[in-house]
Design a protein around this ligand. Structure first.
Ligand code: DAH
Length: 344
């Protein structure tokens, strides 16, 4: 048995000196020293020896396994150092290398234009309605009926308005004017609010029209509100937004929810009124519709039109941005081309 022990020890030493990594060393440990290792197998047979032999062979076995354990530990630590050094050399971080460029996001020009317009109206005493009072998915009631739009009005046609599949009367709103109804329902004047948001129209897309765009709705209902107040507020808005020198004009118009109605045009900045592709040759771009709230609309939300009057307006954010920054194509707002967005 002594010889057997020595032979195993010899072969363990051979295996150990042939090992070239921590993994190899661990393999040697498992082969010889683990519970199922070769030395343990021998120790199991000690019980068949005489007491005297048990003592001699037992102590030899202990001595040999201790020596082997020490040798394995030494080899392990040798490889550990070596592997660590290699790692440090190959994985060294060069702190002088330039860092990764993290581009900063910017506010989209439509967002900054909306914020600017909202701030102007806030300075004129208007407050912004809560988002839940201005849903993008509306029933026909808010988008059309409550706004006095006749059942056979062409705007209701699927050619112009996107109907959803939720229910036959649910649409993607085609105007923010429904927010007027939400703002007046169950409330008493004075009401002086604006409501910015997205609108959708089933349009042929071109330089001036996209089927998604943004509007800002305004509403002021109180006693003795006149068309003069409407003109005063909108002229003041235009003066602040564009500066005093930009030619604008009020033009009479028609909307089912206002009487009388008007539209405001701003001179085209691209051609300075001469006529170009952006203004389709007219020299002007329409930026908003407005008027005195129709008595039918007030009555519908329980406000007495004999006591209260009001004005309303709805402006196109894209158009206002185009006219301020000389952007000649509405589609640029939606392409997310960095060469465009970087300019703001
Ligand atoms: N909703 C109209 C549109 O999208 C714009 C408009 C016109 C809004 C007159 C108003 C208004 O509030 O009084 O074309």
């Amino acid at each position: 048995m002594k010889e057997q022990l020595e032979k195993i020890y010899e072969s363990a030493q051979k295996d150990l000196s042939a090992s070239c990594s921590i993994a190899d060393v661990e393999e040697v440990r498992a082969k010889y020293l683990s519970r199922k290792g070769e030395f343990n197998e021998i120790k199991k047979n000690l019980k068949n020896l005489s007491d005297e032999d048990k003592r001699v062979v037992g102590s030899l076995a202990n001595e040999i396994t201790q020596k082997l354990e020490a040798a394995i530990r030494a080899k392990h630590s040798e490889f550990y150092k070596k592997e660590l050094n290699e790692k440090l050399l190959t994985e060294r971080i060069d702190v002088t290398l330039p860092g990764k460029y993290i581009p900063m996001g910017k506010t989209h020009p439509l967002t900054s234009t909306t914020n600017e317009i909202v701030e102007i109206f806030q300075s004129l005493g208007f407050s912004v309605v809560p988002q839940e009072n201005s849903p993008e998915v509306e029933t026909e009631y808010y988008n059309f009926d409550a706004l006095n739009v006749p059942k056979d009005h062409p705007a209701r046609d699927v050619q112009d308005t996107f109907y959803t599949e939720f229910a036959k009367n649910v649409v993607l709103r085609s105007q923010t004017s429904g927010a007027q109804i939400h703002a007046m329902e169950g409330k008493n004047p004075p009401i002086r609010v604006i409501s910015p948001g997205r609108v959708y129209r089933n349009e042929n897309i071109n330089a001036r029209k996209n089927n998604l765009f943004h509007q800002i709705e305004g509403l002021y209902v109180d006693k003795d509100i006149t068309f003069g107040d409407l003109k005063g507020v909108l002229n003041e808005f235009i003066r602040i937004y564009f500066g005093a020198s930009r030619p604008t004009r009020f033009r009479s118009s028609f909307f089912p929810f206002t009487e009388p109605s008007a539209e405001v045009d701003v001179q085209c900045i691209m051609c300075e009124g001469k006529g170009c592709r952006t203004c389709s040759g007219t020299g002007w771009l329409e930026v908003l519709g407005c008027g005195m709230v129709d008595p039918n609309v007030l009555r519908g939300v329980g406000i007495d039109p004999d006591v209260y009057t009001g004005f309303a307006f709805g402006m196109g954010v894209e158009r206002l941005a185009m006219l301020k920054y000389a952007i000649d194509d509405i589609r640029l707002f939606f392409n997310n081309d960095e060469r465009f967005l970087d300019q703001f």
